[in-house]
Design a protein around this ligand. Structure first.
Ligand code: FE2
Ligand code: FE2
Length: 562
């Protein structure tokens, strides 16, 4: 009977055991690689900073292949070039680009005198969209490695194995090239050829990286578009009135500077207040958009520099009417002299002189510079009774609306016009409320819509009090008021000196309109004096007092917050 059982051969057993072990090691390696790939993929998609993302791509790809060096090129469509984004090399202790030292090496052209540049390995990779695996660049044919060799001769390095991978985005477009240099054996550390089995995985990593870069570029592109759009709207609003030109731009700048000052103070009342980059961006956007509602405010109200101004200053019509009254008076006087055959006397001219005085009075009242007294109101009422005849119709010196405007007690605006101006905040809230802001900017309508609220509840549109006004909105309110106070020109008054503006700001703090800690900080930190130095006309830059201390634009500022 034949013996069917195989004779046990220890050599075969050992061989089988080794094969099983090798397969297990390979499988374990692959599993580790896949796990690593998943981890990298997650990390790449979670990174929000482009520089850090690019660095991560190169260091992770190097870690994955145990490569000594790595270079990441980004393709520039417009210029047909590959720009150096990241260069890393362990042996030479090089880490350039990204968050580190800027790379000043010239980019690699994808075209040379109109012809595709296939002599450079990275350009070739981008052009043909294929992976290139070179065991030793010194023996490689078809590519020009003179630059690499020159680099080696100056650094003493030896570039050998190279893996060049195109980075494809979701539309299979090449957006960059990843070049890995000198793969090292994990045990011996010797430079080896990049193993074929790793290529598929590293290609997959390059793809994930490309998608992460593209996603970030799209987000950045949208953010840039939104920011540019916001700035152009703000410019359009600033352009509406020569009196408020630059207001929004200045408020945005001041807001950012106040935030910076708070971040820097880091002690006392502001020790626990920190703004992360998203919060800063949110407040910046709120500052840019705070007066967007002014888009609907008629220019004649915003720019109303005199009481009788509409699209023109109606005082001119009043001047003509006075001239008619004077002419009528003169005709009466001359008629009387003619009828009675007597000479004209000084007394007879009194009526015309009186009319000149009335005109001078009305012109001064029209300016709205001072508070209107009861006596002046009474006088205007008297003047309303004057009229002249025009084609058989009686025309009053002042019609009802002109009289009402001239009787404005303070400034140049009627209550209705003040209401129209104030309404810009409600329009701001309404307009911004309709925009689908991303989550990190969702407070923009809220902050922007509160820039005229006052801590004591006397602001508008909601009359919010104290804690109901978030800290970010208080910053905006301080920036808005400070800018408006120190602005060189307003419709009915010239600019103020710094000390006058600061005195008014001080009253606003005392009256409980503004956050006093915040105002103290902007003064004591030197922000006010620095800003005044940069922005105010020389005649405005005088010394001012704040909490019993004198501050000078010229003087040194001690930064102290408690
Ligand atoms: Fe406003
Ligand atoms: Fe404003």
């Amino acid at each position: 009977m034949a013996d069917n059982t195989l004779k046990k051969d220890p050599a075969i057993d050992r061989l089988l055991e080794r094969v099983v072990q090798d397969v297990r090691t390979f499988a374990e390696k692959q599993v580790t690689h896949i796990q690593e790939l998943v981890r990298i993929g997650l990390a790449l998609s979670g990174e929000k900073d482009l520089d850090r993302l690019l660095e991560m791509i190169v260091s992770d790809a190097r870690g994955f292949t145990n490569a000594d060096g790595g270079t990441l090129y980004i393709k520039d469509e417009d210029d047909d070039i590959l720009s150096f984004a990241i260069v890393q090399n362990d042996t030479l202790d090089i880490s350039m680009g990204g968050t580190g030292e800027k790379i000043i090496w010239p980019p690699v052209p994808l075209k040379d005198k109109g012809n595709e540049n296939h002599s450079n390995v990275s350009a070739h990779c981008a052009l043909v969209c294929d992976t290139i695996n070179i065991p030793d660049v010194y023996d490689a044919e078809g590519f020009d490695f003179q630059g690499t060799k020159k680099f080696d001769s100056t650094t003493g390095y030896r570039s050998k194995s190279m893996l060049v991978i195109p980075m494809l985005d979701h539309e299979d477009e090449v957006i960059g090239v990843l070049q890995l240099l000198n793969a090292r054996d994990r045990e011996s550390g010797e430079v080896v050829t990049f193993p074929e089995y790793e290529i598929e995985m590293i290609t997959s990593l390059a793809s994930q990286a490309a998608i992460a870069i593209t996603k970030m570029r799209l987000i950045k592109g949208l953010e840039n578009l939104l920011n540019s759009f916001v700035v152009s709207i703000a410019d359009a609003i600033d352009e509406k009135s020569s009196y408020t030109a630059g207001h929004i731009l200045n408020v945005a700048e001041l807001t950012e500077r106040i935030v910076e000052t708070i971040q820097k103070s880091g002690k006392g009342k502001f020790a626990d207040i920190h703004f992360n980059p998203d919060e800063v961006a949110e407040l910046r956007m709120a500052a840019w958009m705070h007066d967007i509602g002014k888009i609907t405010t008629p220019e004649y109200v915003v720019d109303k520099s005199t009481k009788l101004e509409t699209i023109f200053d109606r005082i001119e019509i009043v001047v003509y009417r006075i001239e008619i009254l004077k002419r009528d008076a003169r005709i009466r006087r001359l008629q009387k002299a003619l009828n009675q055959n007597v000479d004209v006397t000084e007394d007879d001219m009194q009526e015309e002189q009186k009319l000149d005085e009335h005109m001078a009075f009305l012109e001064s009242v029209n300016m709205g510079g001072e508070f209107l007294s009861d006596e002046s109101v009474k006088k205007i009422r008297e003047l309303c009774k004057l009229s002249f005849d025009m084609g058989g119709k009686s025309v009053p010196l002042l019609n009802e609306d002109e009289a009402k405007n001239l009787m404005i007690r303070k400034g140049t605006l009627t209550d209705e016009e003040r209401e129209i101006i104030n309404n810009h905040v409600s329009v701001t809230s309404k307009m911004l409320g309709r925009l689908p802001f991303p989550k990190k900017l969702h407070n923009v309508p809220l902050f922007a819509g509160m820039h005229h609220e006052k801590l004591d509840g006397s602001g508008y549109p909601k009359g919010l009090k104290g804690d109901k006004i978030p800290f970010a909105a208080r910053i905006l309110a301080v920036a808005d008021i400070f800018e408006a106070l120190i602005a060189v020109d307003r419709p009915y008054r010239p600019g103020k000196t710094l000390s006058e503006s600061m005195r008014i700001l001080g009253f606003m703090v005392k009256d409980g309109h503004l956050d006093s800690d915040l105002c103290d900080l902007v003064v004591e930190s030197g922000l006010v004096t620095q800003y005044a130095k940069e922005k105010l006309a020389h005649w405005q830059q005088d010394d001012f007092d704040w909490n019993g201390k004198t501050y000078s634009v010229e003087g040194e500022v001690d930064f102290e917050v408690d």
